[in-house]
Design a protein around this ligand. Structure first.
Ligand code: SF4
Length: 252
């Protein structure tokens, strides 16, 4: 796991709430930079570079072999862990391997196969409906535009961004899941509180060429270091630029 200390970059402003590491009071640099915009390009670039350095090969954790499987897995991942989804999808795709097969599936049978992912009735309904939509309107293929993707049952912007980014490598937007929400708020990259607005903020802030990798890297970072309940700030390679009130350790 990457824990090496990065080159120092000044924080946006001093975080008065966090514990301060023994012998490490507020630095001159921190004071000098107090009040600086947290979204200034230099700081954003530093965050992107460190994420890239620590997670150069981060990819989607949902197992899939094609765009259809990734779309289904992402629908199933709502309010559920990727690990749980990966336990469920092999049997689901063995029983219904294509959109054509899924379009004819009994919803009750799909419900049983996805039951452990939660909200299984709605998810099963959406998956069967999505397959029928692909057959009826898209020649059985997952479409590539946001406008088309959003017409598919169960597909909102997050799922559309996952499929377009991870499978087609087209950066239509930024995936905003629970990790991306929490961490971009902690890092003050956004003040928004809804996924839709956070995505718009990030799309303005981050170069489009980084949209896909940014989300993958933040999600890995959120699982390993900037954990929801107890962030591992003492091991964090962004600690010196972070002023979150949730910090468990601070050197500035
Ligand atoms: S782990 Fe701590 S220091 Fe690092 S980004 Fe999260 S809250 Fe900030």
């Amino acid at each position: 796991m990457p824990t090496a200390r990065p080159q120092k970059v000044k924080p946006a402003k001093k975080n008065a709430a966090a514990k301060v590491a023994p012998g490490r009071g507020a630095s001159k640099a921190a004071k000098k930079e107090s009040g600086e915009e947290p979204t200034n390009p230099q700081r954003v670039e530093a965050i992107l570079q460190r994420l890239a350095k620590h997670y150069p090969n981060a990819v989607c954790a949902l197992h899939h072999r094609n765009a259809w499987e990734l779309m289904v897995a992402t629908i199933l991942s709502a309010q559920c862990t990727d690990v749980r989804v990966n336990l469920v999808t092999p049997a689901l795709f063995q029983r219904f391997p294509t959109p054509q097969a899924m379009a004819k599936a009994s919803q009750a049978e799909v419900e049983e196969l996805v039951r452990t992912t939660g909200f299984f009735r709605n998810k099963a309904k959406n998956i069967v409906g999505a397959a029928q939509k692909l057959i009826a309107e898209f020649g059985g293929e997952v479409p590539r535009t946001m406008e088309e993707l959003l017409t598919i049952p169960g597909v909102a912007r997050k799922t559309a961004n996952v499929v377009s980014g991870s499978w087609y490598k087209i950066p239509l937007g930024v995936v905003v899941d629970t990790h991306v929400m929490r961490i971009t708020q902690r890092l003050e990259l956004t003040k928004s509180t809804t996924p839709e607005k956070i995505e718009q903020d990030l799309m303005r802030l981050i170069p489009q060429t980084s949209w896909i990798d940014f989300s993958h890297r933040i999600i890995h970072f959120g699982r390993e270091i900037c954990i929801a309940r107890k962030p591992r700030c003492a091991d964090c390679f962004l600690e010196d630029v972070c002023n979150s009130k949730d910090k468990t350790w601070s050197t500035h």
